[in-house]
Design a protein around this ligand. Structure first.
Ligand code: PBG
Length: 327
């Protein structure tokens, strides 16, 4: 084996054009998904305190936002809705005129080629803030499945391309696949939040989507952050239940899981760079402590390097913008 001084690794690092040609991981705007929060009413662009730069939009303000997303080369959005009212069973989640259903139709009107992904969960729609129906103050798995089926079908009816169940109920992928197929939506794909950890990094999102649990926590259904094998099992189960895409969430503190899941399965892997990951970087930027653009590109590159095919991030627009400037 050659060794120093004949072997020199710096030889390939000095000249910028050589560095460029050797870059192993390249980001593209088409890797990215941008989450959108939609709300009832008119002329609303409500900034979320803990997530500077992220807004809740009323539908009449979506057109400008969608135009910007497309202009930047981002091909997909992930929708979250803020309902007008909440109840114990989250009935606003599956109404034909529900906020997400209206938003899907509106986006498909403005921009049929944009990929529309929807979050399928109850936490933003229930008055107790849990991801499923309650029985004796516990989230009841099997009765929740029926509601998740109804939500997924209502999104598909409105024109969603992909539904993304995030409630972490056992059997949710199978239940949703059967319901979609029964209603003739066999072409609608399922991106399952498979390795979804019970994470404190969701804090700012719960402001954005007004979805914090009013009592207790989500440890009874989301995965304990210290566990590897449970997440791998979730992925195996979800793929057996016919998930088309599996997700790891959060992303940066769980890069090890992205690597493992990429290696152990052949379906596309998505990673969700969640709200708390975003807010920390934004706070550091606001204090002038970091070079925001470089830090964000490094984070998103790391997520892709670990093996993510799809990256969902609140930084997506900033990333796409700096990619378009640099090329
Ligand atoms: C709904 C859902 C959550 C997120 C995505 N879908 C919140 C939660 O599980 O509490 C979090 C996204 C983020 O933090 O950016 N269950």
């Amino acid at each position: 084996m050659t060794k120093f001084p004949e072997a020199r690794l710096r030889r390939l690092r000095e000249f910028p054009a050589l560095r460029n040609i050797l870059q192993e991981t390249r980001l593209s705007a088409s890797d990215l998904v941008y989450p959108l929060f939609v709300t009832h009413g008119r002329k609303k662009r409500i900034e979320i305190n803990s997530m500077p730069g992220v807004l809740q939009f009323s539908l009449d303000n979506l057109e400008v936002e969608i135009a910007e997303i497309k202009e930047l080369g981002i091909g997909a959005v992930l929708l979250f809705g803020l309902p007008e009212s909440k109840d114990t069973v989250g009935s606003a989640s599956y109404k034909k005129q529900g906020i997400v259903q209206e938003a899907i139709r509106h986006i498909k009107d403005i921009s049929p080629e944009l990929l529309v992904i929807t979050d399928v969960c109850l936490c933003g729609y229930t008055d107790h803030g849990h991801c499923g129906l309650l029985r004796d103050d516990k989230v009841h798995n099997d009765s929740t499945l029926e509601v998740l089926q109804t939500i997924a079908v209502s999104h598909a009816e409105a024109g969603a391309d992909i539904v993304a169940p995030s409630a972490m109920m056992d059997g949710q992928v199978f239940a949703i696949r059967s319901a979609l197929d029964t209603y003739d939506f066999s072409g609608v794909a399922i991106m399952s939040y498979s390795a979804k950890y019970s994470s404190a990094f969701y804090g700012p999102f719960r402001d954005a989507a007004d979805s914090a649990p009013k009592f207790g926590d989500r440890f009874g259904y989301q995965i304990d952050p210290s566990n590897v094998r449970q997440a791998l099992q979730e992925v195996v189960f979800d793929i057996k239940e016919s998930a088309d895409i599996v997700m790891v969430k959060p992303a940066l503190p769980y890069l090890d899981m992205i690597v493992r899941i990429r290696q152990s399965s052949n379906v596309p892997v998505a990673a969700y760079n969640v709200s708390g990951e975003y807010s920390m970087v934004k706070a550091a930027e606001g204090n002038g402590w970091i070079d925001y653009t470089r830090v964000v590109l490094e984070i998103i590159t790391a997520i892709k390097r670990a093996g993510a095919d799809i990256i969902i991030s609140y930084h997506s627009k900033d990333v796409a913008r700096s990619l378009s400037i640099n090329c």
